[in-house]
Design a protein around this ligand. Sequence first.
Ligand code: FE2
Length: 243
Amino acid sequence: MSWSIHHVNLETRDVRATADFYATMLGMAQKDWVFPASRGYLPGDPDKLALMADGRDSHSGLHLIAPDREFAAKNGMDHNPSIGGHVAVQVPDLDAVVARLDAAGIAYSLTGEFAIPGMRHLYVEDPSGNLIEVNECLPETTAPAPVRHLALCQVRSGSEAEFAKVMAGLDALRNRLEMGPMRWGPDTSPEGLGRGYGYVFSIDFPTAAARDAYLEHPDHKALGARLVGLCEGGVEGLCVVDF
Ligand SMILES: [Fe+2]
């Protein structure tokens, strides 16, 4: 069975200071955590959760999380991965691991895709009491979202942090609206054809009606107004298309 270390998670008292330590001292890249549409109880606050990405996939690397005693209960788990740290091992066949644990009578917590897009997870203690997470990549869905909402943004220099807050606000709408996965980030195209649109975000909607409900939602309108205020020339610094 082939396996690899997917991430190491550290229980972290001061997430911001610790993330800055790894970024500054070790040169690690901080990336925004992208939540799956089937998100469980997870902190979205950068003071509670940080991803120091190593680039092998979207969430591999080092995870920093503030301890949360309610994390396990709120996710229906018997193990609490926010306390005491854990190592996450990626395997090709999680069901095979489940079968072996069942045969050995070892208790575990099995989740669906609740924390990392495209992965499901199992948490178990080894005989020495070390908590480990075991991950499996879910098969990629090939069905395209009926509506993908795509926005290109000419974010003014110095407004990047506020832009990130607006993106977090839009992502939080998924708790209240019929919204699929959201992605956002800086343009990384090597073609040099970005025409000043330095940031991009996309949201998948299962139906056009769901997209329309998002557009009409007062929280979306308020966040949209904030976004316009962060772009070069206001609305002139935005390009929005759906397909
Ligand atoms: Fe983890």
